[in-house]
Design a binder for this molecule. Structure first.
Ligand code: TYD
Length: 212
């Protein structure tokens, strides 16, 4: 596929501030004249949002972990086919709140379903699409979870689960440092936003040079 766009995903545990950072990055890039598609997982299309409603609903407490993994992968496949890939082919920047490494961290490490299997499942679902950059906002789950009064089905998992997820994200990022920017989520919002923008602008400039 021709892929002239740029794909950045925000990853991290609960309450890390991903949504805020995703919004700030998108706004800064639009100011710089880039076409930006903002989206999220699970979700991003009507069918994937319906899958999100099922997978996150506390109504389905005890949902089989394999069914959970398949639902996230199914929602991702649909989202990539309908939204992400077309945007990248148009040359847009795609800024996504969570992507494939959330499945590896939550279902692979958190649920213990097998890191390779979960990664392969999403690679199959998406035709092998990985982000150009993943930003990991690293947060102590105790601090992150304290931000929520009402919890969805995943947030309601015990602290040990969220500790495995955090360790999983850090292991994924350490294994692929060129694809990851790891930032402590406790820093001031503006400092995080500046670090993310700096990295993205540098990547985009390097890409333009390579193309010219
Ligand atoms: P999100 O809406 O990003 O939650 P929050 O804004 O509260 O961080 O994500 C929904 C939940 O789904 C979150 O608990 C993480 C979980 N999740 C997975 O377990 N696997 C996945 O592949 C994805 C994308 C999310």
């Amino acid at each position: 596929m021709s892929r002239s766009g740029y794909f950045v995903a925000f990853e991290g545990g609960e309450g890390a501030g991903k949504s805020t950072q995703e919004r700030l990055l998108a706004a800064s890039l639009v100011e710089r004249g880039r076409r930006v598609v903002r989206t999220r997982e699970p979700g991003g299309t009507p069918a994937a949002e319906a899958m999100r409603a099922v997978v996150l609903s506390p109504q389905y407490t005890g949902l089989d972990p394999r069914a959970e993994a398949l639902l996230y992968a199914a929602a991702r496949g649909e989202h990539v086919a309908q939204v992400v890939r077309p945007a990248l082919e148009r040359g847009d920047v795609v800024v996504c709140d969570r992507y494939l490494d959330s499945s590896v961290a939550y279902q692979g490490y958190g649920r213990g379903l097998g890191v390779e299997r979960i990664r392969d499942l999403s690679l199959w679902a998406t035709g092998g699409l990985l982000p150009d950059l993943a930003v990991l906002l690293d947060v102590d789950p105790r601090a992150g979870l304290a931000r929520f009064a009402e919890r969805d089905r995943l947030e309601a998992e015990p602290l040990e689960f969220h500790a495995r997820v955090r360790a999983g994200f850090l292991a994924i990022a350490a294994a692929e440092p060129h694809r990851y920017l790891v930032l402590a989520a406790g820093q001031p919002v503006d400092a995080i936003a500046a670090a993310v923008l700096d990295r993205v602008v540098t990547d985009l400039a390097a890409r333009n040079e390579a193309a010219s």
